[in-house]
Ligand binder design. Sequence first.
Ligand code: MLT
Length: 403
Amino acid sequence: MSSIPSIELLVFPVDCDSFGHVNQATFLRLFEQARWQAVAQGPGVDIFQRHDAWPAVRKTTIEYHASAFPGDLIRFDISVTNIGRTSIGMHQTARRSSDNQLLAEADFLFVCVASDGTPTPVPEEVKAFLGKRPSPRPSGVQQMLIRGLTTGIEVQGDGNAVLFVHGFPLDRTMWRDLMGTLTGWKRIAPDLRGLGTSDGPESGYSMQEYADDCAAVLDALGVETAIVCGLSMGGYVAFELLRRHRSRVKALMLLNTRAEADDSESRRKRNEMGAAVRKEGVGVLEDLMIHRLLAPGSVDTMPHLVDRLKGMINGHSADGIVGALEAMKNRVDSTDLLPQIDVPTLVVAGREDGLVSLESSQSMAVGVPGAQFTVINGAGHLTPLEQPIATGRVIREFLESIS
Ligand code: MLT
C-alpha cells in the first residue's frame, strides 16, 4: 500500500482572489506543493534527479467543490491510481481540516522523462515510495496510459465487471445513466482512442486496435474477465474482442448493432462524412447524425438529449472521428462468428432504429446459440439514452440471470 503522507497547508491572503476565495489556479499550485512536501518528508526531493528521471505532467483533470479562505488549514491526500512502465497516475484531494469538507480533487497523469526528454521507466525507488500496489479510486473518472495513449476511463462500483463500449459519434458518457443504476457490478466505460477524453494517433484506427485497447483497459484495472456491452460501433468492437481476446469475455450484450460488414454504399458514405469532418470540423456531425440516431420525433421531444449528443460530438478530435469511420468501413463481417459464440448473449434492438434494422438485429440474435432478443419500444438507435428505464431493466435482468 502507499506510504505517501497526508500534508496540511495553510491558506494565506496571497492565495486568494479579491473576494477572498482561494483562486482556482492556486489549487493547482497547492496540489503540487503538497506532492513535493510529501516527497520531502519521504525519500527526499532529489529522488528523481538521483535516477535521471523527471515526472512530467501529461494530463490534469480538476474539479472544484467548495471555497477555501485565508486561515483555513487544508489537508491534501494522495492515492496512486496507476503505475505503468513509464507513467504514474495519481488522485489528490484537498479537504478543509476543521470540518473535512472536500474542496477540490484532481487526477494527474505523469510520464517519467530522462534529461534528454525521452520517456524512461519509473525508478524502483519511486515505486517503493508510492507503494508496490496501486490503490485505484473506487469510483470516478481516471486518466490512464493505455498502450501509450492517455485514455479516459470511468469506473464505478464493485462486483463482476461489465465493460461498456460506446457507439459513434459518442463517448463513454453515453453510459452514465445506465451505469448509475447497475449497483452490484463493477462498471467500466472507456473512451475509445481518439474519442471523448482519450488521445489518439493521426491514423491507423481499426476494430482490432480498439479491441486491444479494451483488453489493455481490463489489464490496467486488474480485471480478468468482463461482461462486454457494446452499442453499435461498440458491438463491432465486442466481436473483435471475441476474436482476439476470447478468454476475457464472460458474456455479451449487443445493443443496436449488426454482424454484417459495410456494403459499398455505406463505405462511400463514410468517405463522404470523413471528408466533411476534415473540411468543416466535427460539428458537422450534429446535422449529419443526430436525427439518424434518435427515433423520429425524439429530436423535438428530447431537447436535453440532443444537447448531450451535441456535447459529445463536439468533444471529439477530427482525427478520432475520421479514424472511427475508417475502422467501421474496414471492419470484417462477423456473421460467421455468430454460431461460435458460446457465452450468454443478449441482443437489444430499438423498435424505431433507423440505422440498424429490426431484421438485422433479429437475425443476429437467431445466429447466436441461445441468445436472448429484446425490442425496446419508443427508441431509435440509442436505446439506453432514449429509453433508459426500459433498457436498464432488460440489462439488469440479463445480468442477474447470468450471475
Ligand atoms: C454507431 O452508432 O456506432 C454507428 O452508427 C455505427 C455505424 O455507423 O455503423
